[in-house]
Ligand binder design. Structure first.
Ligand SMILES: [Zn+2]
Length: 117
């Protein structure tokens, strides 16, 4: 499952920011090609044994952007994509797209901390 490696990185950076404090919620920015359900499952699995166990995952959807060698740069429609490749609307070539999964904010018991912007 592809989401697993993205979530593994996310969990790692959350642990870094939490610095041992229990986390109640994690807010992430997530590319719209990522399967939200799989993301939630992966997060729940990887949170076990960390300060993130039981934390709520709040997902902020952002468009997945494709930059192509033909000069096209813009958001990719889900219907033009499959997994982490997409059809370029400019030249109709299949291109790899970079999936976004980044930490926006962590809510810890007290005090509230946010990762640097
Ligand atoms: Zn193109």
């Amino acid at each position: 499952m592809h989401e697993l490696s993205l979530v593994a990185e996310l969990v790692e950076s959350c642990e870094l920011h939490a610095a041992g404090r229990p986390v109640s919620a994690v807010r992430v920015r997530c590319g719209d090609l990522i399967d939200g359900a799989e993301l939630a499952i992966a997060f729940e699995e990887l949170a076990v044994g960390t300060v993130l166990v039981g934390a709520a995952l709040e997902i902020e959807r952002v468009p997945t952007v494709l930059s192509c060698s033909c000069g096209f740069a813009g958001p990719v429609e889900a219907e033009h994509s499959g997994g982490h490749v997409a059809l370029c609307p400019g030249c109709a070539e299949v291109r790899a797209v970079e999936e976004v999964l980044e930490l926006v904010a962590l809510r810890v018991a007290d005090p509230k901390v946010s990762p640097p912007a």
